[in-house]
Design a protein around this ligand. Structure first.
Ligand code: A3P
Length: 293
């Protein structure tokens, strides 16, 4: 019924232990917090729209190569905290994963990560993307993804992004707190979307040295080709085209894949205000983003 559909679409944002969230990521909280990580698990952690799917596909290809039977990326790499009638339970999917290692995706701020990942010393790959492109990508995603709150118009969306009123909270806190974690947790590899766009092969090399993998030159070349934006856009197992809650007529999941698309969205005034506000929030000089390459 329409009423039932309403309840599973366009959820409300609320404060959850100081972070804006929706019920689709908090309703299974006990099971998420009690998730049993394994030492060989690899957690892919990101703020939404930072390149999660891209890195997930790279890791899946590095470990498992071409799959005999095609499996969509969201089944190969379960989304730990998701809990939704149309999308299933990420914890259940992860528990049932037959692979070793298991690749698991999360958008959780670092303080919400289940403690077993730290105890087991699982490896974690964090991907970060510059704030301006990140918010633009998130805006288009929220327009097309009916399990996200209504985005409203661009200028109000941008305002809310600065205030941290987005699902998974403040981008500024997310990228900064994960960056801080790197100082005390050595099994964390922190990467940047912009570096991947600039030189995907180089970033795969760094990823491999973190993971202790030594793919052949041919293998690496093949993976670089496989994860090119144009290839992934056409790949139904990577482009989310099989997910019913997404409306691709509004915007594709594989939208542009560029650095600097924010210039087509920010007005001059919005950009100046954004930069001013950014300086007050991002005080750590060791964490630097590039919004053009
Ligand atoms: P845009 O909306 O700017 O195009 P996530 O997977 O974390 O949701 O991130 C999605 C963003 O990553 C989208 O950004 C998408 O186009 C981009 N992306 C996904 N795969 C990519 C690839 N192979 N190369 C470049 N960008 C990619």
């Amino acid at each position: 019924s329409v009423k039932k559909m309403d309840a599973i679409l366009r959820p409300k944002l609320f404060d959850f232990h100081g972070v804006s969230m929706t019920k689709f990521f908090t309703e299974n909280w006990e099971n998420i917090q009690n998730f049993q990580a394994r030492p060989d698990d690899i957690l892919i952690a990101t703020y939404p729209k930072a390149g999660t799917t891209w890195v997930s596909n790279i890791l899946d290809l590095l470990y498992f190569g071409q799959r005999e039977k095609p499996i969509p990326i969201y089944e190969r790499v379960p989304f730990l905290e998701i809990f939704h009638s149309a999308m299933g339970s990420g914890v259940d999917l992860a528990d049932k994963l037959p692979t070793s290692p298991r690749l698991i995706k999360t958008h959780l701020p670092v303080q919400f990560v289940p403690k077993s990942f730290w105890e087991q010393k699982s490896r974690i790959v964090y991907v970060a993307r510059n704030a301006k492109d990140n918010v633009v990508s998130y805006f288009h995603f929220d327009r097309m993804n009916k399990i996200e709150p209504e985005p409203g118009d661009w200028s109000s969306y941008l305002q809310r992004f600065k205030q941290g009123e987005m699902v998974f909270g403040s981008w500024y806190d997310h990228v900064s707190n994960w960056w801080k974690k790197k100082q005390t947790y050595s099994n964390l590899h922190y990467m940047f979307f912009e570096d991947m766009v600039e030189d995907t092969g180089r970033e795969i090399d760094k990823l491999c040295s973190f993971l202790g993998l030594t793919p052949s030159v041919e293998e690496k070349t093949r993976i670089v080709g496989e994860v090119h934006f144009d290839k992934m856009k056409k790949d139904d197992m990577a482009n989310y085209s099989t997910v019913p809650v997404l409306n691709f007529k509004i915007s594709p999941f594989m939208r542009k894949g560029k650095v600097g698309d924010w210039k087509n969205h920010f007005t001059v005034a919005q950009n100046e205000e954004f930069d001013e506000d950014y300086k007050t929030k991002m005080k750590d000089p060791t964490l630097q983003f590039r919004s053009k390459i």
